[in-house]
Ligand binder design. Structure first.
Ligand code: AP5
Ligand code: MG
Length: 213
């Protein structure tokens, strides 16, 4: 099963992705996570990406497309994959389609998670992520058992660099201008499903499973 998760920042893509890949045993490919890993390792790619990410802007297509398609070329993606946060521009979507055609694959479903702006900002500001295993929490919606400590690995919970009100607002604006046109793009292809992301995360997951089965 080849899937794309689409939706504004803070919509719950990463949260649903973790549940989907656990159930269907497919790799979770988040371009944001790939960049954050490169930033923490201090690679040349990380240094370039950080400039854009800290401002809440998109990393240039020329950098993102190659990274995503290289990852899709790895062996573990042959029987399915879940893309989270890629594509994010029409140019990226066109490049992805061309790449998948060349490798005899196609996207089965685009899952579009939509949430109102106020809720997005609240979710972004309250998010805490484990510095060790990457597990994601929310101070009120999904609090860890012990404040500041990861339930899964006891690592330290941190706030992402771009999870402040100013950058969050810019990310949402960038989404509206540069990523929203993808909804039309996939509507025309007929493989997109629109989901209400304001629901409780387990109810939303149930709905996703119904779509996929
Ligand atoms: P990326 O890492 O992809 O971030 P994003 O799109 O801004 O999305 P988020 O990760 O913030 O939100 P999410 O939808 O995953 O929400 P989550 O599940 O964590 O990208 C970061 C940056 O990298 C971009 O700004 C850009 O610079 C660059 N980049 C990445 N890909 C790129 C590309 N293709 N092209 C160019 N640049 C790219 O949930 C958020 C919070 O809400 C959590 O705390 C969670 O616990 C809580 N929550 C989730 N679901 C629910 C629910 N149903 N009810 C209540 N609370 C919930
Ligand atoms: Mg995410």
């Amino acid at each position: 099963m080849n899937l794309i998760l689409l939706g504004p920042p803070g919509a719950g893509k990463g949260t649903q992705a973790a549940m989907i890949v656990d159930k269907y045993q497919i790799p979770h490919i988040s371009t944001g996570d790939i960049f954050r890993k490169n930033i923490s390792e201090g690679t040349a790619l990380g240094i370039k990406a950080k400039e854009y990410m800290d401002r809440g802007e998109l990393v240039p297509n020329s950098l993102v497309i190659e990274i995503a398609t290289d990852r899709l070329g790895e062996d573990d993606c042959k029987d399915g994959f879940l893309l989270d946060g890629f594509p994010r521009t029409v140019e990226q979507a066109v490049a992805l389609d061309a790449y998948l055609r060349e490798t005899d694959r196609k996207i089965d479903y685009v899952l579009d998670i939509d949430v109102d702006k106020e809720l997005l900002v609240e979710r972004i500001i309250g998010r805490r992520v484990c510095a060790d295993c990457g597990a994601s929490f929310h101070v009120t919606n999904m609090p860890p058992k012990e404040e500041g400590v990861c339930d899964r690995c006891q690592g330290q919970l941190k706030q992402r660099n771009d999870d402040n009100a100013e950058t969050a607002n810019n990310r949402i604006e960038v989404y509206n201008k540069q990523t929203k046109p993808l909804l039309d793009y996939y509507d025309k292809l007929g493989n997109i499903v629109h989901l209400d992301g304001s629901k409780n995360l387990n109810d939303l997951f149930k709905e996703i499973v119904e779509v996929l089965e």
